[in-house]
Design a protein around this ligand. Sequence first.
Ligand code: DGI
Ligand code: FE
Ligand code: FE
Length: 194
Amino acid sequence: MEDNVRELCAYLKKTLKPSRYEHTIGVAYTAANMAMRYGEDVKRAFLAGVLHDNAKNVSDDELLEFCEKNKIEVREIERTSKYLLHAKVGAYHVKNTFHIEDPEIASAVCYHTTGKPNMTLLEKIIFTADYIEPNRREIPGLAEVREMVYKDLDQTVYLIAKNTLHYLRSNKNDANIDPLTLETYEYYKNLCGR
Ligand code: DGI
Ligand code: FE
Ligand code: FE
């Protein structure tokens, strides 16, 4: 491992809860593996995985405060479900705290929770690795997603978006669906939905 990545891991190990740190490392290795399959740069995917939940140690209210202080746009849904902000706050830290000048890594961190239409390969890898990494608790449909991941990445993204929507709707809290989550679902459904 390169020194800067090792330092970053050591920092995250200190700041994140142990289970969150284990998840982070799981996402990094899963992303690296997917990079091997789909022709993304393996180290870049690993680094994006390491970074994806870097803001997860911050409370909901602090996330909102941080955004207001640093002039990060907060959408309506992000005021209701503040934890969604860990993605864009994390992306902010990629550039401004960790000084990683790869806008695609920041973007993969930014969209790792909701996805978005027409994602780059790296964005799809992080969105997916976050969902399937080995430490994830068993959720309905996970086995099907894991089976699809090395066959068809767009189909995998579609299945994840579908499952997430289903999960959110069954939580009786329709109003909390991020429009981006819906757009991701619609886009990948049109692309490859069956
Ligand atoms: O940070 P992690 O727990 O590793 O994973 P994540 O960043 O993908 O967050 C997962 C949670 O986010 C999960 O409980 C579902 C939720 N989520 C995903 N899309 C939406 C959402 N929550 C709301 N309110 N709205 C969404 O559109
Ligand atoms: Fe996350
Ligand atoms: Fe995560």
